[in-house]
Design a protein around this ligand. Structure first.
Ligand SMILES: [Zn+2]
Length: 344
């Protein structure tokens, strides 16, 4: 038998709680309505709203506003215009224009933000290409805290647009792909996620750059996607949260990380209950929502964090955090209401 075919079945007899609905209404601050996560452009909106009702999600933040007006307008028309209180839409930066525009790019990008806000964008999504792929007009790799981009971040702050920022990726994506890599199987399935350093910058250099960016712009709200982009090290994330009141984190796509360190994760949620936001990042997927609710609400032990038989982020299981009502209320919606200006 090959190791890849191994499917051990746990013989533990422990509780298996189905949490159909979250204990309190949920605002999902990190999700998508376009490929590759989900594609709702051609499906009836009523179906999506029913699904969100079923999942207990009152507001869904769609990060797929793109960077030009076309996609932004399309998503506004398809979703937001028809059910304004159920959706928020985030815009983006068209990095590909740096080469054409040259040194005026940062001011241009800041100007685009103003236009996006006028159209209806309620935040700015920064994709992980910044720090990994984005290049300036001299074809030089742009660092996350590149000072030339100061106008962009300051403008986001002035406009009151929170910045949902995802930099780097799981730490193991930066390591050599060998028998010690804990995400080896996942990287074999997605070779485009391999950022082995070198040639890519090291994981820690990207994280230090993120920290210096957040410190430099105290008047701009940054939401560090995927537990501040470093779910493997809650101590590091805690230190940045302590240092920067303008920093928040979402928990999207990181149940697998948080749930394999349940004691640290529970302490983290209790200590930073006002800084942690709920997000899924897997499309409006009912099963995935229910796994997240089970993780946050129950003390179930050793369960699969994925809908797939072999969990995709790594062959381990997770333990529930049995958070209190106060913490849950903040994480599910209280913090998001404050930061995203949602009145409900
Ligand atoms: Zn995402």
């Amino acid at each position: 038998m090959l190791l890849a075919d191994y499917r051990p079945k746990s013989q533990l007899v422990t509780r298996n709680t189905l949490v159909e609905k979250p204990r309190f209404p949920v605002i999902d601050v990190h999700n998508h309505l376009s490929e590759p996560f989900s594609d709702w452009g051609d499906k009836p909106l009523a179906e999506l709203l029913d699904l969100l009702d079923e999942a207990g999600v009152i507001t869904y933040v769609d990060l797929d506003g793109g960077w030009g007006e076309e996609i932004l307008n399309a998503h506004l028309d398809l979703f937001k215009a028809k059910a304004p209180e159920r959706f928020q839409l985030f815009g983006g930066v068209d990095w590909s224009q740096w080469e054409r525009i040259g040194s005026g790019f940062p001011e241009w990008a800041a100007g685009r933000l103003k236009i996006q806000k006028e159209r209806g964008a309620q935040g700015l999504k920064i994709w992980k290409v910044l720090g990994l792929h984005v290049r300036d007009h001299n074809r030089k790799l742009v660092e996350v805290d590149d000072p030339r981009l100061i106008p962009l971040w300051e403008t986001a702050g002035e406009l009151g647009l929170p910045v949902m920022i995802h930099v780097a990726d799981p730490v193991a994506f930066f390591d050599p792909i060998d028998e010690t890599n804990e995400r080896c199987e996942e990287l074999q399935a997605h070779p485009d996620w391999i950022f082995t350093s070198p040639p890519f910058p090291s994981f820690m250099s990207i994280m230090e750059s993120l920290a210096s960016l957040v410190v430099r712009h105290p008047n701009t709200i940054f939401i560090g996607a995927h537990v501040g982009c470093y779910a493997e090290n809650l101590g590091w994330v805690s230190a940045l949260l302590d240092r920067c009141p303008n920093f928040y984190v979402d928990i999207s796509a990181r149940i697998g990380e948080l749930g394999r360190q349940p004691y640290s994760a529970r302490r983290f949620f209790i200590q930073y209950a006002e800084r942690i936001l709920f997000g899924l990042d897997l499309g409006p997927d009912l099963d995935a929502y229910r796994i997240a609710y089970r993780f946050l609400e129950t003390d179930d032990e050793y369960f699969n964090y994925d809908s797939e038989e072999v969990p995709q982020q790594g062959r381990w299981y997770v333990h529930g955090l049995y958070l209190t009502d106060d913490v849950l209320k903040n994480v599910y919606s209280g913090n998001a209401k404050r930061i995203l200006g949602i009145e409900q």
